[in-house]
Structure formats: C-alpha cells, structure tokens
Design a protein around this ligand. Structure first.
Ligand code: AMP
Ligand code: ZN
Length: 458
C-alpha cells in the first residue's frame, strides 16, 4: 500500500515515505482573506482534502492550512469598504470555512493565522540576516537571492539568465531584481508591528515559512498549493527556510494542482467570469461541485462549464440512484471497505478519474445484482468509497427530492437524448449510460430502435 505522489522538485512521481515512520506532516497554503473563495481557490482545498483523507487511512497526520490575514489586498478591501481590517478578515475566514465545509472539506488540524506569528517571522528574518542571506535597506529587509546558489531549483528557473535579459525596474532598496521582501515598513494607517527594523509588516512568503516551522518543524513531509504558487511563493519559502535552517530539507514532497479555467478562459475580474463558491452553492449541491472538481486529475487543467456541472450532477444521480431504497445492514456498513481498485487508483498520485471509474464499476455490479444480502454488501462498499472521497453523504431519498428530481420538460428530454447520442458517437459510454440512468431516475424510459431513440414517460 505504497502511496505514489508527483513531487514538483524532482519533477516525477515517487514513492511516498514520511520522515517519521507512521506520522505525516502536511502544509497547504490557505486563502488570503479579502473576498469569498472562487471555484479555482476551492480546487486545492478539495483535492488536498482528499489527500488528507487518503493519508489518514495509513498514517497519523498533522495537517496545517494557514490563513493569510495580513496583505495589501486586505488593506485595499478594508479601505474600499470602509470596514476595519479585522472585520474584513473575520468575515472572510468564517465564509471560507463555511463554504469549504459545504464542499465536504474537513477542517485542518491547525489553522495558523499570519498575524499571530509575527514574532516567529521576526526571529527567522533575524537569523537570515545573521547568516548573510538577507540585508536591511531603507527600513526593508530583503532576501539576497544571489547568496543562495540553489535558488530556482523548485521552479527550474535560471535567474542569472533571466536577470541579464530583463528590463524590470529594480526597487532602489534591492540589490537585484529578484531579491524579495521579508519585511517592509508600514504607515500609521496600515497594520504594523514593532521590529528591529522599525514598525512594519511581513512579506507574504516569510509567513508560511515561519508558520510551517512553528507547527510542523524544520522539515515537513508534504507542502501543497496551486501551480501558480511554485514561483515565486514556494521557491521563496524554500530559499528562506533552508537558509534559516542550515540547509535542512524544508519539504520532502511538493504537490501542485493544475489551474481551473471557465469556459476555456482564465478566471478574472476584468472578464467578469469569477465564480464564487458562496454564490454557486445557492443553486448547486456542494457534492456536485466537489465531484466536478475531482473529475479531472488534480495536476491537469480543469475547464469549468455548464457541462462540467451537469455531468457531475448526473454522476451523483447515478450514485444515489444505485443505493436508493437499499437497506444496508449495520454490520455491512461498519465492516465495509472501498474496493481495492479504488484505493489503488487514489494511491497512484490521486488518480481520481480512475477511482471514479472504479466507483461506477461498483454501481454497475450493484445495479445488476438481485440478491438482497449481496446488494447490502455492495451498497455498503459504495458508501465506504463515498466516506473516503467525501461524496454520498446525503440521504438518497432526500437527494432526489431536494436536488434534481424535478420533472423534465419534453425539450429537456430531447436535449439529453441528443447529448447521449453524441456521447455514444464519441465512445464516451460512461456519460451515455449516465444520461440514460438520469432519464430513468426522472421517470423517462428510452429505447434505441433502428429508426432512432424513442422515449416515453413511465
Ligand atoms: P489565494 O487566496 O489567491 O492565495 O489562492 C488560494 C489558493 O487557490 C492557492 O493555492 C492558489 O494557487 C489557488 N488558485 C487560485 N486560482 C486558481 C485557479 N484558477 N485554479 C486552481 N487553483 C487556483
Ligand atoms: Zn504559502
């Protein structure tokens, strides 16, 4: 039962082994709390929630997901809304946790807030200055990238070449364009803390280095986040932590999720296509969003569209339809395990598309099985998969009454049949079957005849 994970630093899939046998430490870069989380922000929360659930099957796990509650974007949001910084951060921390809970994301063991770790950040910055990796200039403290020969190792960037070729204007207090800020001065209206370099506030990267060290130690097993964090955030965290800790390994496995786009476009305020989870969950069940986010492999890009949601909804209808009306015995429920094939898929770098396909193999077997006690066992096994992946957590009857079992119009039926014909032509039989099952669940029977597909209400 070895778990394989793709490590960004080694740029390959490797067998996972924690530093301390039996115990894993994991850190996920959490939200900057100045607004509601969008569906892209939800992707790392959901996929790495699944990883924590998988790890906990085999190991004890200490999982930290931080809150960045000091940031220029928060200051700007406070100014714009006329609210205090605390009001803004408290409001969005609460909303983040509530919204993620609707998506089945379990709370982390530790949720450190940056503003409560200023002393640890100052201590680490002092160490970096002492060891010659950082310098003070004009009330700023800056990390000296040239002092660290391994800089660029995570993001595979050759900075010497980049600097030579770039025409970026360098801030006057920096020796080199790629040096980054550890500490910066604050004006009286902005949040600030006393420090050896005057009243100021931390740079973003040092926050995670200091919080990871405080709660998980100098070396952590897994460090995770979205792909955009590889550079500069994680590259900088890595440089700071290893330099402050005499070259000790900072993170043994670096995991990054791919980006989510909306209808093949980047999500951005200017395009007006930012989908907030807070809004989506008003009309879409949390499990539908969760399943949609898990439907692609976590390292692949994921495009979000109406079809992504509809396909996830159909899959859930099939799952709930399969277990609907089955009396699962208490014994079966407690003793059941997910099928080995599901676990094997997840242990192979969280291969969720394969795990879901295996889940639907189980659905097919269950749907074909007549024997009552066998059906109870198969349904129990399906629920065990649901518990592991964070799906099937609703009552099946309620699922159909509350979410999607409204009567279909003739037009909707025709359109689903057209989708099914297309899916069959594309040899996407999983989707084709899902559509047929959805129609059946909603009281529509179809029949494929030589002259086309006919339907009738049952
Ligand atoms: P932020 O609050 O901006 O620091 O982002 C929180 C997390 O969401 C980080 O791990 C980001 O990498 C991730 N993230 C932001 N946008 C997307 C996106 N469109 N797709 C996937 N992950 C994203
Ligand atoms: Zn971070």
């Amino acid at each position: 039962m070895t778990i394989y994970l793709h490590d960004t630093l080694r740029a390959k899939k490797v067998a996972f082994e924690p530093l301390q046998p039996g115990h894993v430490t994991m850190y996920l870069c959490g939200p900057t709390v100045y607004n509601y989380a969008h569906v892209g922000n939800a992707r790392p929360a959901v996929v790495f929630d699944l990883l924590t659930r998988l790890l906990r099957r085999s190991y004890e796990l200490t999982f930290a997901r931080n809150i960045t509650d000091v940031d220029d974007k928060i200051n700007a949001a406070a100014q714009e809304s006329g609210k205090s910084i605390d009001e803004i951060t408290e409001r969005f921390i609460k909303a983040y946790n509530e919204d993620m809970a609707v998506l089945g994301v379990l709370p982390p063991d530790i949720e450190p807030r940056a503003t409560r770790h200023i002393d640890e950040m100052i201590e680490m910055i002092e160490k970096l200055i002492e060891k010659g990796f950082a310098y003070e200039a004009e009330c700023h403290v800056v990390f000296d990238v040239d002092s660290n020969e391994n800089y660029g190792q995570l993001s595979k960037r050759n900075l010497r070449e980049m600097i030579a070729g770039s025409r970026v204007e360098v801030a006057p207090y920096k020796k080199s364009a790629h040096d980054f800020v550890l500490w910066k001065p604050s004006t009286p209206e902005l949040p600030g803390w006393d420090s050896p370099w005057g009243r100021g506030r931390p740079g973003w990267h040092i926050e995670c280095s200091a919080m990871a060290k405080k709660h998980l130690g100098r070396t952590i097993d897994i460090h995770a986040g979205g792909q955009d964090l590889v550079f500069p955030h994680h590259e900088n965290e890595l440089a700071q932590s290893s330099c402050a800790h005499d070259g000790d390994v900072f993170a043994r496995y670096w995991l990054h999720n791919g980006f989510l786009s909306i209808d093949h476009e980047k999500m951005s305020k200017s395009l007006g296509n930012v989908l907030l989870v807070h809004e989506l969950i008003k009309t879409i069940p949390g499990e539908v969003i969760r399943l949609a986010l898990l439907s692609a492999h976590y390292r692949q890009p994921l495009d979000w569209s109406g079809e992504t949601i509809e396909s996830a909804r159909r899959m859930l209808d099939r799952l709930y339809g399969a277990v609907r009306g089955i009396e699962v015995s208490a014994d079966d429920r407690t003793n059941s395990e997910p099928p080995a094939a599901v676990i094997a898929a997840l242990e192979d770098d969280l291969n969720t598309p394969k795990a879901l396909a295996e889940m639907f193999n189980l659905v097919r077997t269950l749907n074909k099985t007549k024997d009552v006690s066998e059906r109870s066992k198969l349904a129990a096994s399906l629920f065990a998969v649901g518990d592991l992946v964070g799906l099937l957590q609703n009552d099946p009857e309620e699922w159909f009454t509350s979410s999607s079992n409204s009567e279909l119009s003739d037009g909707e039926i025709e359109s689903l049949i057209a989708d099914r014909i297309k899916a069959r032509a594309d040899k996407d039989f999983t989707n084709a079957d899902a559509i047929r099952d959805e129609l059946a669940t909603k009281g529509v029977t179809i029949e494929d005849r030589p002259d086309g597909t006919k339907w009738r209400r049952t």
